[in-house]
Design a protein around this ligand. Structure first.
Ligand code: PMP
Length: 423
């Protein structure tokens, strides 16, 4: 498709066409996008860091605090009942959305980071010196540091599945890393630096053929695609509400029932026990075993509202729009002299990391901001990947379904402006 045709396809309003994407209407659902920064309209291209929230989510959280707020699973009064029902309905909603076999396979936590720490502690409690976890070069620090800490505590080994120059996993190297001491493969579904969508189902198939369970870091996936944990057949799947148009401070660890049942608790406290004496404790079953203390129940209700919002969108049209944004952005950026895109995988989420000759990424970020264009610059909590590419930092434009082709034009123009100032 030509650039112009791409631009039309992604912006056309056509009520009859099932693949239409009514961008104006969608943008109206996100009040924060209507504002100006530095006297120009905001172009928010930092969605991989956190996504913006539709009115439906903001209202769901506010309504909960206005009408239903009470602690869950504790009292029997009317508000407590409503809050508990709302919280457990949110668990059902999440379980259904990711196609978990049962809602009890959904553990509510703070986010992806907490989910991975829970596993490094819980799984790691049974690991011995010489046991191995396999990571990949493109992991976020959230899926590296907890395993480092475990290595310090228990003497485990960390093995690393390499990536190619294009930014794809070298799956051929995977069987060689799965030896008799390998206890887990932990890999990201979508790279927060490269945009690469990894062939997770294939990685799971290979790992399972060697008897190795798999944890998927889904932090960057759910904003862009439906995820079916049973189709992936992964053992664990972690994600964060704030990156999928839901509130901050709420996230999920999905685990197959038998995997969660075999895990010891992570934190101790109220509501995760069956019986406590000073001599002995019997823990609750999952998911309560992993939800010690007062949970972010308002956040869970907001996350369910985000899922309801996503469920109301045409998934094919959304994917078509995002891919049109990615193609257009790639073409516009490639045309800029001295600009190099890092991450050229065949399957990518709409995210572009790049370097511009003579311009430090941090200066680029500051100058783009002057033009109202919000991007992230730095190492993106993925220093091993930066080392692999031999760069200290990149500029990253990460797009969502509410971004427009005009915002891509503004990004490209702002990069030109920055080059003019600095290069
Ligand atoms: N994994 C990936 C791939 C991420 O992009 C992020 C957030 N940048 C995380 C994990 C951590 O997510 P959170 O900060 O929400 O726990």
């Amino acid at each position: 498709m030509s650039l112009a045709a791409d631009k039309r396809a992604a912006t056309t309003r056509d009520g009859d066409a099932p693949t239409s994407w009514d961008l104006d209407a969608i943008r109206e659902d996100f009040p924060i996008l209507q504002q100006q920064v530095h006297g120009v309209p905001l172009a928010y291209l930092d969605n991989a860091a956190t996504s913006q929230k539709p009115t439906a989510v903001i209202d769901a959280v506010a309504d909960f605090y206005r009408h239903d707020n009470a602690n869950v699973h504790r009292a029997v009064h009317a508000l407590a009942e409503r809050a508990t029902l709302g919280y457990e309905a949110a668990r059902e909603r999440v379980g259904h959305w990711i196609n978990a076999a049962a809602a009890s396979e959904v553990v509510f936590l703070r986010g992806t980071t907490e989910a991975i720490n829970l596993l490094a502690n819980g799984l790691g409690a049974g690991w011995r010196s010489g046991d191995r976890v396999v990571l990949t070069t493109m992991e976020h620090h959230a899926n590296i540091v907890p395993w480092h800490l475990l290595r310090e505590r228990a003497g485990i080994e960390i093995a690393v599945l390499p990536v190619t120059e294009a930014g794809e996993l070298d799956l051929d190297a995977l069987p060689g890393l799965l030896d008799g001491r390998t206890r887990l493969l932990a890999l990201t579904h979508v790279s927060n630096v490269l945009g690469t969508i990894n062939p997770v189902a294939e990685a799971v198939r290979i790992a399972h053929a060697h008897g190795v369970p798999v944890l998927v870091d889904g932090a960057q996936a759910l904003a862009h695609q439906r995820v079916d944990v049973q189709a992936l057949d992964c053992d664990f799947y972690a994600f964060s509400g704030h990156k999928m148009f839901g509130p901050t401070g709420i996230g999920v660890l999905y685990g197959k029932a038998e995997r969660l049942a075999a895990l010891p608790p992570w934190q101790g406290g109220g509501e995760m026990i069956r019986r406590v004496t000073f001599e002995k404790i019997r823990f609750a079953d999952p998911p309560q075993r992993f939800e010690a203390g007062t949970q972010n129940f308002a956040g869970a209700i907001g996350l369910a509202a985000a899922i309801d919002y996503l469920a109301g969108l045409d998934a094919d049209a959304m994917a078509g729009h995002e891919q049109a944004l990615l193609r257009y952005a790639t073409e516009r950026l490639e045309a800029i002299p001295g600009l190099r895109i890092i991450g050229r995988a065949a399957h990518k989420a709409p995210l572009l990391s790049f370097l511009v000759d003579g311009v430090h990424a941090h200066d680029m970020g500051t100058l783009l901001d002057r033009k109202g264009v919000a991007v992230r610059t730095g190492h993106h909590c993925a220093m091993p990947l930066m080392d692999f590419y031999g760069v200290p930092a990149t500029t990253r434009a990460s797009l969502a379904f509410y971004n427009s082709l005009d915002e891509i034009d503004r990004l490209a123009d702002a990069i030109d402006y920055a080059r003019g100032v600095l290069a």
